[in-house]
Design a protein around this ligand. Structure first.
Ligand code: HBI
Ligand code: FE
Length: 284
């Protein structure tokens, strides 16, 4: 059923979670004029705090690409980032009202269109917010979309997601998103670093994921990853580690259908499970 999107006035701020303003593909327009001075200030403070934490914890590719977001003193206009992003990797940012259903989410990624939530958290949510907001989506996800190999991985992920959805395996593929694009770690020559957006946009989990002895770190194996449930309300108990984005891209080239079958046969694992075949990474 086609629903006419609700159009807001130039300085009208849509309420959070208003999906009536979205089109059938769940995209909407970023009503930039409607951000308040307080909204811009929240973004500026989040960006300043988070960028100061990156050295030694975020991967080089992320730190290198971060300036591509542009000025950090206010919420960027997605169209300004798009002018640079399209040239770099052919990706484009599209505004969405918040979390969207799996199928349209996978479809956008397969089309090299990255959904960015357009509203920002309230000051009392400064340290932690459950849902993605514009800071998480922009700061966490967008810099690495400027990296050609990572950008190709995200598109391949979206195309795989569409297939998985049709096979009833969307949840298994969500785990791959979670443990790579949201909470992935990468082994650099100079040590372990974060590349996942959920980590990079979190003040607490960034240090925890890279330096704490508490979580386990396991070399990424697709079957192991897709068997593993995840925590949405606490730091991860398990992080999966890659060597390079090239490795991640190569790993996800084969058809996943046999993996889904194998997950069904072998069963799920708890977030903190440890199994004999794990290749664990210990802190140096
Ligand atoms: N929608 N806006 C938005 N952002 C997400 O990260 C997101 C989503 N919808 C579905 C979804 N993620 C999950 O299913 C992924 O784990 C695949
Ligand atoms: Fe995210």
């Amino acid at each position: 059923m086609a629903v006419e999107p609700v159009v807001y006035g130039a300085s009208e701020r849509p309420p959070r979670g208003d999906y009536a303003r979205a089109s059938d593909d769940y995209t909407c327009t970023q009503n930039w004029a409607a951000y308040t001075a307080a909204d811009h200030e929240t973004y500026r403070r989040l960006y300043a705090r988070q960028s100061a934490l990156l050295p030694g914890l975020a991967c080089d590719a992320f730190i290198e690409a971060l300036p591509s977001l542009g000025a950090s003193d206010q919420i960027p206009r997605f169209e300004d980032i798009n002018a640079r992003l399209k040239l770099a990797t052919g990706w484009e940012l599209v505004a969405v009202p918040g979390l969207i259903p799996e199928r349209p989410f996978f479809q956008l990624l397969a089309d090299r269109r990255f959904p960015v939530t357009d509203w920002i958290r309230q000051p009392h949510e400064f340290d932690y917010i459950v849902e993605p907001d514009v800071f998480h989506d922009l700061f966490g996800h967008v810099p690495l979309l400027f990296n050609p190999v990572f950008a190709d991985y995200v598109q391949r992920y979206g195309a795989g997601g569409l297939k998985a959805h049709d096979l009833g395996a969307g949840e298994l593929l969500s785990r791959l998103y979670w443990y790579t694009i949201e909470f992935g770690l990468i082994q650099q020559p100079d040590g372990l670093r974060a590349y996942g957006a959920g980590i990079l946009s979190s003040s607490g989990e960034l240090r925890h994921s890279v330096t704490s002895p508490k979580p386990q770190r396991v070399v990424l194996d697709l079957l192991r990853c897709m068997r593993t449930r995840y925590k949405i309300d606490d730091y991860q108990a398990t992080y999966f580690v890659i060597d390079s984005f090239d490795q991640l891209f190569a790993l996800t080239a084969p058809d996943f259908a046999p993996l889904y079958e194998a997950v069904r046969l072998l069963g799920e694992l708890a977030p903190d499970a440890s199994i004999a075949s794990d290749s664990r990474i210990t802190l140096g």
